[in-house]
Design a protein around this ligand. Sequence first.
Ligand SMILES: [Zn+2]
Length: 286
Amino acid sequence: MTKWIQNNRTGIILATGLVLSAFILILSLMNQNQLTTRPDQVPLRTGPSITATKEASLKQGTKLIVLDRQHGWWKVRRNDNNQTGWVASWVANNTHLKKPTALSEATIVLDPGHGGSDTGALSTDQKHYEKTYTLETARATAKALAPTGARVVMVRNSDVVVPLLYIPRKADSLKADAQISFHFDSSDKNNTASGISQYYYNENSLPLVKSLNSSLNNLPLDNRGYETIPYLVIKDVTRPAVLLELGFINSDKDFKYIRQSSYQDKVAQDIKEGLTKYVTQAESHT
Ligand SMILES: [Zn+2]
């Protein structure tokens, strides 16, 4: 026997190694298909969306087997009672969230208008570009939304050009609950107009624009209201999409606010409030 082992040492080492790596591979594959919920009361739904009926609220630490994946939602089976359903993976895996809300399960696409060689409109002194403030305001909004646990996707986070049609495609691939474009207005002559406006195109964007319209009502700039306009970025969309004009950049009065982080933070809080109201209405309960 000892002699046999000595003669076949290389073979035995190789075989043992193979069996071990196969074992490790199987273990890691099994782990990939397992999920333990981190916050308390993660909703288990009948489909991959907040509009799908909530079948159960999972206790923290519920063990789940992953059966399928679709645009960030995972179809799972509970270990404890074999019940199946869908969870938003970013919610189930969130280590900071104590208890999810409707907004936690939402996917929000933020589109800071213009960028790169496309500067957008200019301030009255021609020194400040719209693209700078759209990005700052969208970043403030992403920051305000972070504690809610929502999945927030910025279509750009630096000074680059983003092809306009990329934005609705991105929102579609993520099955976003809201697509929000940030812009600042410009009038033909400097200092002849002031205020904020909201635009939408498709009927399925109307509840979103209404909700944001009312939440943006307490800004220091007048709210000129919302209307339907076939802008490219909000026209050929499958998901609810809104374009916000958050003041006239070529109005000295408006620009004084637009450039301030306190104004940007106020806009961000208002958007968060409007989204909370919007998704709470859209959410389906048991
Ligand atoms: Zn613009």
